[in-house]
Write a protein that binds this ligand. Sequence first.
Ligand SMILES: Nc1ncnc2c1ncn2[C@@H]1O[C@H](COP(=O)(O)OP(=O)(O)OP(=O)(O)O)[C@@H](O)[C@H]1O
Ligand SMILES: O=P(O)(O)OC[C@H]1O[C@H](OP(=O)(O)OP(=O)(O)O)[C@H](O)[C@@H]1O
Ligand SMILES: [Mg+2]
Length: 286
Amino acid sequence: MRIAIPNKGRLKDPAMQFIMSVGIRPLAGDDRSLMIPTSWDNTELVMVRTEDIPNIVEAGAAELGITGMDYVKEAGANVEELVKLDFGRSRIVLAVPSSWDVETLEDLKGREIRIATKYFNIAKSYLNEKGIKGRLVKISGAAEVMPLLGAADCIIDVMSTGTTLRLHGLKPIDVVMESHASVIGNEGWMKGPESERINLLLTIMKGTINGKGKKMIFMNVEGKDLEMVISSLPAMLAPSVSKLGGKDAWEVMTVAEEKDIPEIISKVKNSGAKDIVILDIEKVIK
Ligand SMILES: Nc1ncnc2c1ncn2[C@@H]1O[C@H](COP(=O)(O)OP(=O)(O)OP(=O)(O)O)[C@@H](O)[C@H]1O
Ligand SMILES: O=P(O)(O)OC[C@H]1O[C@H](OP(=O)(O)OP(=O)(O)O)[C@H](O)[C@@H]1O
Ligand SMILES: [Mg+2]
């Protein structure tokens, strides 16, 4: 099985970290190697450009890939979004010069504008859908400088904090699309010879995401305090309680969100819990 992951850009590191957290370890090859065998049998990582991954997966050259959904849409690739990931979030916006007396899309109607973008296809269907007359200027990056240069009037580009837009005298007036990174698959993966292994891998990937930000908490509680401690705990279903040998004491175990841990510690300690142990959760497979 082949998994295509970005070899450059801002999705490269989080994608590799995600693959490793799933339990797939790249087996050291040359730093510049673009095909890397892994600790999983017959599973290799193919290191390619983020924007090429939708086409590579559509062609079946890799069964799975990690890329941005903006690039999936731009490529118009026939692939399936299989696992939504928690990185690569971005917003593609239409931005115009701040000096323009234009606040909404409506204000642009009737004007002939030139729009610089690397998202040519996304921009084309956006303009059609919104009924805006615009000539697209295809560029490969640094879109924000194009209006300053006079190469275009406006841009359609990625914005995250908005700093780059401001720095170049631009303001966003509409969100064209919201994007995030995902694991994508070839449409035919369910019928392919690798389908069982892919399915298992997807289950583990989802389990890894479910486990993020969750902790397991163990504590010892005397019988007289048990009810009070249990009532102050969250749980996926209910806390599990087991008797400690020989005395009226219990071990209580539950799963909680990391952000709730300080409050839980304070509550259960005040209710009489002792020997509180908190452990990381690697995966939660449902
Ligand atoms: N602030 C951001 N700027 C650009 N892309 C972002 C940002 N935040 C998230 N992304 C997402 O990351 C992906 C961009 O990856 P890509 O490797 O093409 O660009 P990059 O990191 O800017 O590298 P380069 O432009 O140098 O090739 C897209 O899916 C995009 O939506
Ligand atoms: O809203 P901000 O927080 O300022 O971030 C957005 C900027 O970051 C990216 O540029 P990048 O550095 O990837 O350069 P590129 O345009 O050449 O890809 C993106 O293309 C914007 O220019
Ligand atoms: Mg970039």
